[in-house]
Design a protein around this ligand. Sequence first.
Ligand SMILES: [Zn+2]
Ligand SMILES: [Zn+2]
Length: 208
Amino acid sequence: MDCSKVGSLLLSLRQERGWTQKQLADVLNLSDRTISKWERGLGCPDVSLLPELSAVLAVDIEKILLGDLQPNDEEVGNMKKLKFYVCPQCGSAMFAMGEAEISCCGRPLQPLAAQEVSAEHSLNVAEVEEDYYLTWQHEMSKQHYLAFVAYVTYDRVLFIKLYPEQAPEVRFPRQQHGEIYFYCSQHGLMKQRIARPDKPRKVRLPEV
Ligand SMILES: [Zn+2]
Ligand SMILES: [Zn+2]
């Protein structure tokens, strides 16, 4: 551990939160002199304190050890770099606007690569009122189902979680351009462009 790097990281994280050295010290049950010593690089926190420090300051332990947060380039955060993640253990789905270090159930998750949609997975897209009305033939059994559908435009992600045995349909408020991403529990992430029909097709929904 490079104590002066670690110290300046701890200082900036504390200041980000607007805490005094005393406030941080109290949370950790330490003296403010200890905090002051770290921040001046005159000593490193004991390894046994790292889990608590990481929880209190909301940063990874390894980041504290490196003394460096290495933020992403700001330009990275845009929808073209949108990445989806699904935890293989619990099935939780997440997305990020760029490279992110995401973990779930104690393991790091890799971003999913979207495949072009295959015939058996293709979604049927109709325009209904102000919405896109999506339906599909794909089964929705516990073993094999679509787990989420996301409609991604240049400035928004509309994300719908799906459940086994539910009706194979979702509606999204219609935007100008966009892509549909969806995740099959067996075949992974797929991408389907929404092509606006030349003549808007009016579809009447069945009365409920
Ligand atoms: Zn998980
Ligand atoms: Zn499938």
